[in-house]
Design a protein around this ligand. Structure first.
Ligand SMILES: Cc1cc2nc3c(=O)[nH]c(=O)nc-3n(C[C@H](O)[C@H](O)[C@H](O)COP(=O)(O)OP(=O)(O)OC[C@H]3O[C@@H](n4cnc5c(N)ncnc54)[C@H](O)[C@@H]3O)c2cc1C
Length: 287
C-alpha cells in the first residue's frame, strides 16, 4: 500500500508527528530501529506531565503505544535507503515501502570514526554517499567502512561502479547481509593516509592497504546520509527546514534533534507537531 507519510524514527519527534497525522485521517507508517536517544536516558524529570521520574525507554514505549492505539503502524525496521521514483521509496532491512511524503526524525547524527586521517580526508577520497559519488570511482579500488545492513546496501550499490571492493568492519560484528564472496578486513583501523586524497588504510596488525577511495557506511543511515543521497540542504550535520518543517526537497520533512537547536524532548515533540501540520497542508495541496 502507499502511505500518506512514512516517518523514519520512532522517538518523540516521529511519534508526535504520527499522532497528529493519524488524527487528521492520514495513513502513517513509522519505521524505527530502536528507541533512539531516549534508550540511553536513565531518568526524565523535565518533561511536562510526569511528576514521577521515568526512564527514557519507558517514555519511548508509552509514545509508541499511544501512536499505535490511534492507528499508526509502527515497525521495528532499519531504513537503509531513501529514494524517489513516482513516489517516495523507503528501503529497509525487511523490505520496501512507498509514500507520498516522508518525515525524517532520525535524531542526532552519530559520531564519525575517530581514527587519524578520517576527518582530514573527508571529501578528499572519503565519501558518505555511493549514489552521489560512486560514479567518480568507476573501476577503482574501493574500501567500504561498515558492517551492518546499511553497509551491505551501500556495498551492493558499489557493484555498479567497480568489482574491486573490500569491506573494512573496523572490528565490528558483521550483521548486514553481504554476498558470500565479499572480501572483509576485520581488524581495527588505525589510520587513513595519503597526499591530496586518501590512498591507504592501515589496520592494527600494521598492514597498510592501498585504496583509491573510501565509502563510509558506519552504523545506521542517518540524517546526513539521507541528505547526501537526496541533495538535502544541511547546516553542518543538521537538516535545514522551512517554517512548515519541509526540507529543500518537496515532500520531505524533518523534525527533532536531526534539525539541530535545543536537543530536548519538548522541542522534538513541538517539531513533530509542526511537521505534521506542514505535511497535512502539503498533502491537501498536492494530493
Ligand atoms: C543520555 C541522554 C539523556 C537525555 N535526557 C534528557 C532529559 O532528561 N530531558 C530531555 O528533554 N531530553 C533528554 N535527552 C535528549 C532527548 O532524548 C532527545 O532530545 C530526544 O529524544 C530527541 O528526539 P528525536 O525524536 O528527535 O530523536 P531520537 O529520540 O533520537 O529518535 C530517533 C529515532 O530514529 C531512529 N532511527 C535513526 N536512524 C534510523 C534508520 N536508518 N532507520 C530506522 N530508524 C532510524 C531511531 O531508532 C529512533 O527511533 C537525553 C538524551 C540522552 C542521550
Amino acid at each position: 500500500m502507499t502511505y500518506d507519510t512514512i516517518i523514519i524514527g520512532k522517538g518523540p519527534a516521529g511519534i508526535s508527528a504520527a499522532v497528529y497525522l493519524v488524527r487528521s485521517g492520514h495513513t502513517v507508517l513509522v519505521l524505527g530501529k530502536d528507541a533512539g536517544a531516549l534508550e540511553r536516558a536513565e531518568s526524565i524529570e523535565n518533561y511536562y506531565g510526569f511528576p514521577e521520574t521515568l526512564t527514557g525507554a519507558e517514555l519511548a514505549a508509552r509514545g509508541v503505544a499511544q501512536a499505535e492505539r490511534l492507528g499508526a503502524e509502527v515497525r521495528a525496521e532499519e531504513v537503509v535507503h531513501l529514494g524517489m521514483e513516482e513516489l517516495w521509496s523507503v528501503k529497509t532491512d525487511s523490505g520496501n515501502h512507498t509514500a507520498k511524503t516522508v518525515l525524517i526524525a532520525t535524531g542526532k547524527a552519530r559520531a564519525a570514526l575517530k581514527v587519524p586521517g578520517f576527518e582530514e580526508f573527508r571529501g578528499r577520497g572519503i565519501s558518505f554517499c555511493v549514489t552521489c559519488d560512486g560514479f567518480f570511482y568507476r573501476g577503482k579500488k574501493l574500501a567500504l567502512l561498515g558492517a551492518g545492513e546499511y553497509a551491505a546496501n551501500e556495498y551492493a550499490e558499489l557493484a555498479a561502479f567497480t568489482s574491486d571492493r573490500v569491506v573494512f568492519t573496523n572490528g565490528a560484528e558483521i550483521t548486514g547481509h553481504f554476498p558470500d564472496d565479499t572480501r572483509f578486513v576485520t581488524e581495527k583501523i588505525t589510520a587513513f593516509s595519503g597526499g591530496d586524497s586518501v590512498s591507504s588504510i592501515t589496520t592494527e596488525d600494521g598492514t597498510e592497504r592501498p585504496v583509491d577511495g573510501v565509502f563510509a557506511a558506519l552504523g545506521t543511515a542517518g540524517a546526513a546520509s539521507f541528505a547526501a543521497t537526496l541533495g538535502m540542504e544541511l547546516n553542518g550535520t543538521d537538516i535545514v527546514v522551512n517554517d512548515e518543517f519541509m526540507t529543500n526537497i518537496p515532500g520531505v520533512f524533518a523534525a527533532g534533534d536531526c534539525t539541530g537547536g535545543f536537543l530536548q524532548i519538548a522541542k522534538a515533540v513541538s517539531d513533530g507537531t509542526h511537521a505534521a501540520k506542514g505535511i497535512n497542508s502539503w498533502i491537501k495541496k498536492n494530493g
